[in-house]
Design a protein around this ligand. Structure first.
Ligand code: HH2
Length: 295
């Protein structure tokens, strides 16, 4: 862990993009899948996915995260070929249509990440925390920002009675090892993500959010992906259509505790949450939401 006051990345530059962490970055989710837990099938068609991504950017998303395999509990893995067939046409269309917005590829497969980056994706989002050395090598070679997420098990089995003696301590020791290994391999632009819902009960997720400062203390930007997840419904006793308000509150608290990227399905709610939370956090109005992400 970095000592207090030591290096705190204020921005990550890559190619023509600048991700500034002076304000909260909003990552809009585009699932090009038939089976994602909240929007499965809606954007399975590449044209529908590209149109949706453009709408998210119009609504204020700073980053677009494209995924071609659902990681919902119980999901079966997708083949590389199928995943490529889903995401590549969308990335190709978006690099032309929204050239000022960095595109993140949500995959744990190095071949998919490599192909996506060859098409212009500028960020890696790996739910397995770059555990495959080929993914780490790709992140190092490309210099792209890389999301290192904690997951216990795999999507297929991760929700079968996940158990920890101290979930926050376990996630922190995972990050400690990952940071050491990845920085040795030359990965510089690390983003940490506690992996809300990945091998965790509702209480584990709440503990991670409650003690998020301990993850922020590593000194790397922290991303939280909690949009519409089941722990919100469990906390509120609501069903999936009623998880948005709980998500707004949870994201706002995560920002107050130091998260600098929120991953959301609804970019209108996400940008309003980020703006309001940033205004309070910084103690001033008019935080520039159009500030640096693009060229
Ligand atoms: N959550 C999901 C997928 N990718 N990536 C990061 N870094 N953090 C997350 O919390 C995260 C993620 C699951 O949400 P979603 O993409 O909406 O669903 P599905 O995996 O079913 O496509």
């Amino acid at each position: 862990m970095l000592k207090a006051g030591k290096r705190k990345p204020v921005e990550y530059r890559h190619q023509r993009f600048r991700l500034s962490f002076g304000r909260t970055q909003v990552m809009g989710i585009v699932n090009v899948t038939p089976d994602s837990f909240s929007d499965g099938g809606k954007f399975h068609d590449p044209a529908a996915a590209a149109t949706h991504a453009m709408a998210l950017v119009e609504q204020g998303a700073d980053i677009i995260d494209i995924g071609g395999e659902s990681s919902r509990p119980g999901a079966e893995p997708t083949t590389v070929e199928e995943e490529l067939a889903r995401v590549i046409p969308v990335i190709r269309a978006l690099v032309k249509a929204i050239p000022d917005t960095p595109i993140s590829i949500d995959t744990y497969k190095p071949l998919v990440a490599q192909a996506a980056m060859a098409e212009g994706a500028a960020m890696i989002n790996d739910i397995s925390g770059l555990r495959d050395p080929a993914m780490a090598a790709l992140a190092a070679k490309s210099g792209a920002p890389a999301v290192v997420m904690h997951m216990k098990g795999t999507p297929k089995s991760m929700q079968n009675r996940p158990a920890y003696s101290d979930v926050v301590a376990e996630v922190k020791s995972f990050f400690k090892e990952r940071i050491r290994t990845l920085t040795r391999m030359g990965v510089e632009k690390i983003i940490l993500d506690p992996g809300i819902g990945f091998g965790k009960t509702a209480n584990h997720n709440l503990q991670l959010l409650n003690r998020l400062e301990e993850i922020v203390a590593f000194g790397y930007p922290v991303l939280v992906g909690l949009s519409r997840k089941s722990f919100i419904g469990k906390a509120l006793g609501e069903n999936i259509t009623d998880r948005e308000t709980g998500g707004v509150v949870a994201n706002a608290i995560a920002i107050a505790k130091g998260a600098r990227i929120i991953r959301v399905h609804d970019a209108v709610l996400g940008t309003q949450t980020a703006l309001m939370a940033d205004c309070i956090r910084l103690g001033k109005k008019q935080v520039d939401r159009r500030g640096p992400t693009g060229p």
